[in-house]
Design a protein around this ligand. Sequence first.
Ligand code: AP5
Ligand code: MG
Length: 191
Amino acid sequence: MEKLNIVIFGAPGSGKGTQSEKLIEKYGLTHISTGDVLRKEIKNGSKLGKIAEEYISKGQLLPDELIVNILADTLDKCEIVKGVIFDGFPRTIPQAEALKKVLSERNMDISVVLGLEVEEKELIDRLLKRGAISGRSDDNIETINKRLEVYHSQTDPLREDYIKEGKYKPITGDGTIDDIFEKIKKVIALL
Ligand code: AP5
Ligand code: MG
C-alpha cells in the first residue's frame, strides 16, 4: 500500500502537535517534529541544543541548512511503516524545496498538506495558557508575537505553492480537538 506522508502545517499554537498525536494513533504514522527534536537536544545540553536555544527563545528560525540536515538525519534514523507526519517542517521556501529533494531521493512523496487555520487571538490565548505550565522558553507574549511575525513572513507563503500543487487542504482549526480531527479524517478518506 502507498504510504501516507502528511505535512501538518499552521501557525504556532494551531494544533500541529495535538492533531499529530491523534493521527499517529489512528493511522500508525511516524512523527517527525523538528521542534521536538530541538527541545530534546536542549534538554540533553548538546552543542546543537545550545545553538537551538538561542534561536528558539527569540522566536527565530534556525538556519535552513542546519535544520535540513537535522530533518534528513531524523528521517534516516526512524522506522517508517505506514507513513510520516512532518510537524513544523518545512517552514521556509528553501526548506520546502529541500524536503522535495530529500523525499524523492528516498522514493517518497508528500500525500497531503493539512493546513490548520486558526484565528490569531485564539493562537495567542492557547500559547499563553500553555506557557503557564509548559516551561517552553518561547511561550511568553514577546516571543509568541515574534513567532507569529516569522510565521507570516517566512512560512505562510509556502501555502500558495502547496495550493498550486493541489496538495493543500485547509482545515478550520477552531473548535474542539475531536471536531478538528473528524475534519482531518474526512480529508484523508478522500485521498
Ligand atoms: P515548534 O515546536 O514547531 O513550535 P511552533 O510551530 O511555534 O508551534 P507549537 O508547537 O507551539 O504549536 P502547535 O501548532 O504544535 O500546537 P499544539 O498542538 O502544541 O517550533 C519551535 C521553534 O523551534 C521555532 O520557533 C524555531 O525556533 C525552531 N524550529 C522548529 N522547526 C524549525 C524549522 N523547520 N526551521 C527552523 N526552525 C525551526 O497546541 C498549542 C496549545 O493549544 C496546546 O497547549 C494545546 O493543548 C492547545 N490546543 C490544541 N488544540 C486545541 C483546541 N482545538 N482547542 C483548545 N486548545 C487547543
Ligand atoms: Mg508543536
